[in-house]
Design a protein around this ligand. Sequence first.
Ligand code: PLP
Length: 395
Amino acid sequence: MVHKETLLMTAGPTMLPKRVLDAMNRQIIHHRSRAFEEVLTGLQKDLQYVFQTVNTVLILASSGTGAMEAAVVNLFSPGDKVLVLSNGMFGERLAEVADVFGLNVQKLTFGWGQAVNIHTVADTLEKDDYKEIKAVLMVHHETSTGVTNNVEAVCRLLEDSERLSVVDAVSSLGGLELQTDNWGVDVVISSSQKALMAPPGLAFVSMSRKAWKRCADAGLPRFYWDFRKYGKGFSGELACTVPYTPAVSLLVGQAEALRMIREEGLQNVYERHKKLALAVRAGIKAMGLSMFPDEEDASYIITSVKPPEGIDMEEVRRLAEEKYGVMITCGQRRLKGKLFRIGHCGYVNMSHIITTIEALENALSDSGYHVEKGKAVQAVRNTVWKPGNTNKTIS
Ligand code: PLP
């Protein structure tokens, strides 16, 4: 049986709140109108809140990868030496993008499933060969494995230098703490379809003063993605304008989603993600399964799990989706067969988690893995959580 509405428990796209759906279900407004300017002004303020920055957040009509490419062409010149920290598929993608545009890419690779080792990064940056490094590029939450990297520690290494920090926060922003200004992150890249609770199709980039300076001198060709055009529209008081026809309906939806995040409060949103992640982990353990990454490196955005021996996880995934109405994902490329992933970011609450764990119990059982049905769900329900102030959570 195919369910009418599949519960997306993936790392994105994530489920949309009804408020977001309703906001988008309206006649289009013109992008040179006062009404649109108001949408954009509110959106900009709320993006700054979520990014934790006073700087303008650029809004692009693209997915996360488009923003990765846009950041590269706006910050560098051919031959610039950059250090890419890679511990998964998206770290590899950062290196690929930089390579395609002719940068001199130095890659520091770590185990897939382990966090970036800060001492190794520090030692590398000290080496003579790395003196000319213009930027360090890294992923905050490596979605392919479920590992969180320590952005703050990497940025501390770059303080008081001309080097830029460029952080892919596509799957973390709005779910995991990321203090752009306090940590000194120069460039943060994110997109709409994950913790930000909006449909796919929008990407966001925050730029520090240092990054804008670099942008002015960058030598790579750029036209559509020229950040100077996107930044300009936000320089004045209510003078919010866009260089080209924007994805109006998506922007309206994103504005509503960010209003919801602001209403809940960013700290409460982080706490909710943590609470739900711990509940999923309790359920996973009760099924006799273990996490793929080292537990201390695991994010609260997804739970990445080692498949049980001898069980075809693709089949479990299919059953979970088609028979039980819950979509989870398996490992991609070199992680195929090595893990499966339960996403719990964005518009997620405890009842979604219970539904998911129940679906997983059933799908695993149908596939021949022994589970004591109901035990994992009970473990989820038993999760004890003593938050400071999570009384206003999404329900
Ligand atoms: N970076 C990270 C960490 C991601 O998780 C993703 C998508 O899952 C991307 C980049 C690429 O984003 P998109 O698929 O929106 O282009």
